[in-house]
Design a protein around this ligand. Structure first.
Ligand code: 5AD
Ligand code: SF4
Length: 444
């Protein structure tokens, strides 16, 4: 039997990129490629890239150095750059780095088989066309993650928000929603295969908006409910919500269905209304706090996490203090925290100065991280003595006698294995916590 061409995919960036790599794997498997996890065995290396911050791109350039070395020893190797950095830099990537054979943007993955075939014949190629329709709805992603418990399901692509700092609308194009029928089909198939959790993903899930044949509108709340009804034993998560669009409807649907997990990721970015305006976020500090109040009222046991960006154009010390105060007021369970990184051609790059010194950005970020560490540890302390239903995802890194999983609130719990297995729901009492995890004991 002729051996198949071996494909190795490396993924950087967000959940959407992870989901896209699974679409790419599916497209190429259909064309006869075989997926390998060993880069040394690869005939084709694809790197799915992120442009969100300068350092995300730096990491990829570093990997391209490594791929170049591999290609020196194996000249027939094909190297492709796909995803957001491909979209941003286009043919400049090939000009800059001769080792690259193909450059393919996020909406052009169906073209990969053809482009790779041509690359094999020595023709370098670029396809970075963005689409108004592409959602890869009919493609059944190949799950690259080994756990077989939890999967990402993409419900929309692109973004129309135009936050002034953000590269995403430029590299992922305009927002479009995926047909709910294809979403439900994918979720049902996952459940039948034994998956216990799905995370519905999109740049802004709250603006999910599908119109059916009769021009009948279909909202994110409705979609969420339909997915939750696939089975009460299937956990449903979603990400990312946008504070300007997050509706009470969604919160009420969550309250109605216990299997929709009690966790909302609601990126604030800043606690200063002045800065939020410069960021073109479309909400004020007060509006954001009102959304938090709605969560606390409708879903009292819901965890809240956020993204915070520090050092945006013109951010004063008072703005920074507003951010710290907001974090305390909300009491975040978890946060991703970043320094502002100017991205070429965004509104901010064109109209606002990246004028906060690096040393000040660093100091503010440290203050933000220190505060969040306190808040995270407080949030874990509050769980002591409580019992949570944990979905087991795997063995603890340290020992096969211990399992790890997550609570509905998305907190990681480690507990003794006993007779439990991966994929089980276990009632666990929290008895202790470390900086990153809760420690528990199963209870009957
Ligand atoms: N610089 C720093 N962080 C950014 N993010 C988005 N754009 C930038 C940028 N230019 C952060 C935001 C967003 C998260 C995914 O990345 O906090 O919510
Ligand atoms: Fe990175 Fe944004 Fe692209 Fe995700 S959508 S990979 S975060 S640039």
């Amino acid at each position: 039997m002729e051996s198949k061409t071996k494909l190795y995919i490396e993924t950087y960036g967000c959940q959407m990129n992870i989901a896209d790599s699974e679409v790419v794997a599916s497209i190429l498997k259909e064309s006869g490629y075989e997926i390998t996890e060993d880069i040394q065995l690869a005939d084709v290396i694809l790197v799915n890239t992120c442009s969100i911050r300068e350092n995300a791109e730096q990491r990829v350039w570093g990997r391209l150095d490594v791929f170049r070395q591999i290609k020196k020893k194996k000249p027939q190797l094909t190297i492709g750059v796909i995803g957001c950095m491909a979209e941003r830099l286009k043919e400049k990537l090939i000009e800059e780095e001769k080792t690259i054979d193909i450059v393919v943007g996020p909406d052009a993955y169906r073209d990969l088989p053809g482009l790779l075939e041509n690359a094999g014949l020595g023709h370098k190629a670029v396809n970075v066309l963005l689409s108004r329709e592409e959602t890869y709805a009919d493609i059944s992603p190949i799950r690259l993650d080994k756990n077989r418990i939890s999967a990402f399901v993409s419900i929309m692509r692109g973004c129309n928000n135009m936050c002034s700092y953000c590269i995403v609308p430029y590299v992922r194009g305009a927002e479009r929603s995926r047909d709910p029928k294809s979403i439900l089909k994918e979720v049902s198939e996952l459940f039948e295969k034994g998956y216990k959790e799905v995370t519905l993903i999109g740049q802004n899930v709250d603006s999910y908006n599908w119109k059916d044949e009769n021009n009948e509108k279909f909202s994110f709340g409705q979609l969420l409910e339909m997915v939750a009804q696939v089975s009460p034993t299937l956990r449903v998560r979603f990400s990312t919500s946008h504070p300007k669009d997050m509706s009470d409807e969604v919160l009420h649907k969550m309250a109605k269905h216990a299997n929709i997990c009690r966790h909302i990721h609601l990126p604030a970015q800043s606690g200063s209304t002045r800065v939020l305006e410069l960021m073109k976020r479309g909400y004020t500090r007060e509006w954001y706090l009102d959304r938090i109040k709605a969560i606390r009222t409708i879903l009292p046991d819901c965890a809240v996490s956020t993204d915070i960006m520090t050092g945006f154009s013109g951010e004063t010390e008072e703005d920074h203090l507003d951010t710290l105060r907001l974090m305390k007021e909300v009491n975040y369970d978890f946060a991703y925290m970043f320094k502002y990184s100017e991205r070429p051609n965004t509104y901010a790059a064109r109209h606002l100065k990246d004028d906060i010194q690096e040393s000040i950005k660093s100091r503010r970020l440290t203050e933000i991280i220190d505060l969040q560490n306190e808040l995270s540890s407080k949030s874990k302390k509050e769980d002591l003595g409580k019992v949570f239903e944990v979905l087991v995802e795997g063995y603890s890194k340290k020992s096969k006698d211990r399992l790890f999983g997550r609570t509905s609130q998305n907190k990681v719990v480690v507990f003794p294995r006993k007779n439990y297995n991966i994929g089980d729901y276990v009632q666990v009492e929290i008895i202790d916590s470390t900086s990153a995890t809760l420690i528990g004991e199963s209870v009957n």
